[in-house]
Write a protein that binds this ligand. Structure first.
Ligand code: ATP
Ligand code: MG
Length: 471
């Protein structure tokens, strides 16, 4: 039996609850724990997996904590070791059947003088030492599934029941150790739909205001990963509103500094995130789509306007996504939505205009744009019913159009650059691209024109009657 101090037994496992959890631990994972215990070591399931099991959620990754040293862990699982990158921090990844399990030696840590990593790590100590360096009470429990013992020195079980996120130990000290935890505090609220403990939030507001340099030290990649999880959580608004309240949002994303000064705009962006389907690129597009509004705002006799805010917003969004080191492909996927989010949604639009819009943004982005517009309408609440019907009719027309013909891109043209060079006697160069574009526009007026015969005919006609400025 492990105790937090002295020989009190304040956290004896609540067996009925644990029994419900046990069958949901894969046998392969239990076998890893059993192997270590057979060799005389302690071994526990810890971290997010245990938290998720207790909540009845499917766990993400599996973590085991043990008093076996890294070399002893390696010895216990010959031929089943995966990567060794974590070894310096005492983590060995073991393949349990198909399931990767991270086995980490109990560790004690020194102070965090740089606000990022402990000055020293010692592979010694007890499971309680190990749990006490973890961030939140609900993440700081350990379960020995064979002894059916739950180690819960910080009352994580109670906080799970009350649905509250609270730091292990003094919140100010823990946030000063590692500023990323401030973001994790909101990430877990968004993902689990928990509330944040009030004292913990006060500590964040204080640390953020007193030592803004701490959060500036967190790497962009770690910020990105936390924000991704927060945005795709079930309650992103909980997380985002907290980041705004404490002043953290403009500290991690300076592009939001003018936005948080306009509570109505910020609330609209958050509402759009909550309304849009929980896919990463859509959630990012939702939070970023009106980023350009504060800079483009003008007021005249007819009211307030934001001319060109989608272009201004795209620039800001591009800088932000690049700084967080998102891939080019992902960035472009988000930017096209920001850039085009004001697309005219007019059910009376001609087929030609519709085809050109579809060709410009691509089939997939077209449906994303419709989804973003739907969320935007839900989030603004103005003229709800009319806007809704218009969107619905527009979406039906696009559906119908796409059903009867596939959206053309230039690659779908029945002729290619070589044909153009042959017929017109052109050398490779930008002129070939211009002619392709011209053919493409001609075809969007009537897709039946997209046959080799008709396109070659068009080109031959063009050769006979060159425009005057070319002749
Ligand atoms: P997820 O389901 O997103 O993986 P998780 O709880 O497993 O959630 P991880 O980031 O994978 O979160 O971290 C695993 C565990 O390591 C956490 O549950 C927590 O106990 C501990 N931990 C992670 N990051 C920190 C940190 N910055 N400070 C203290 N403890 C941490
Ligand atoms: Mg995890």
């Amino acid at each position: 039996m492990v105790t937090a101090g002295g020989n009190r037994r304040p956290f004896r496992g609540w067996r009925p609850g644990i029994r419900r959890v046990l069958p949901r631990i894969p046998g392969e994972v239990t076998a890893v724990i059993a192997e270590l215990k057979t060799r005389g070591f302690q071994a526990f399931l810890v971290g997010g997996a245990l938290r998720d099991l207790l909540l009845g959620r499917p766990p993400g990754d599996w973590d085991v904590a043990t008093d076996a040293l890294p070399a002893q862990v390696e010895e216990a699982f010959p031929g089943r070791l995966l990567v060794h990158t974590g070894k310096r921090f005492g983590t060995i990844r073991v393949l349990a059947g198909e399931i990767p399990v991270d086995v980490t030696t109990f560790r004690r840590e020194g102070a965090y003088t740089d606000g990022r990593r402990p000055d020293w790590v010692e592979f010694r100590g007890s499971v309680v030492d190990d749990l006490s360096r973890r961030d939140f009470t609900v993440n700081a429990m350990a379960l020995d599934p064979l002894a059916q013992e739950l180690v819960d020195p910080f009352r994580g079980r109670r906080d799970l029941r009350r649905r509250v996120i609270r730091t292990v130990g003094d919140p100010q000290a823990r946030f000063r150790e590692d500023a990323l935890r401030m973001l994790r505090f909101y990430r877990f609220q968004a993902v689990l739909d928990f509330r944040g403990e009030a004292g913990t939030e006060r500590a964040i507001a204080r640390v953020a205001a007193e030592e803004p340099s701490l959060i500036a030290k967190v790497s962009p990649e770690r910020i990105r990963e936390e924000l991704n999880k927060l945005l795709t959580g079930v309650a992103p608004g909980k997380g985002l509103r907290g980041l705004v309240r404490t002043g953290l949002l403009p500290m991690i994303l300076p592009e939001f500094a003018p936005v948080v000064k306009e509570p109505g705009l910020m609330a609209h962006l958050i509402a759009t995130v909550e309304a849009v389907r929980p896919e990463l690129h859509l959630r990012w597009a939702a939070i970023l789509h009106d980023l350009g509004k504060p800079a483009t705002r003008i007021q005249d006799g007819t009211g307030v306007h934001y001319f060109g805010h989608e272009q201004a917003g795209e620039k800001l969004a591009a800088a932000l996504l690049e700084r967080l080191r998102f891939s080019r492909a992902f960035t472009e996927r988000v930017l096209v939505l920001v850039r085009r989010h004001m697309f005219p949604c007019d059910p009376m639009m001609t087929d030609t205009a519709l085809r050109r819009l579809a060709a410009k943004v691509g089939r997939e982005a077209l449906f994303d744009l419709l989804e973003l517009r739907r969320a935007d309408i839900v989030a603004s609440g103005r003229q709800y019913h009319r806007a809704w019907r218009t969107l619905y009719e527009f979406a039906s027309r696009i559906q119908a159009l796409l059903q009867e013909e596939k959206v053309l891109t230039m690659a779908d043209l029945a002729v290619d650059g070589h044909d153009i060079m042959d017929v017109l006697g052109l050398a490779p160069g930008p002129e070939v691209g211009r002619v392709l574009q011209e053919l493409f526009y001609w075809v969007t007026e009537d897709p039946a024109r997209n046959t080799r015969e008709r396109l070659l005919g068009y080109l031959k006609e063009k050769k006979k009657n060159p425009p005057e400025d070319e002749g």
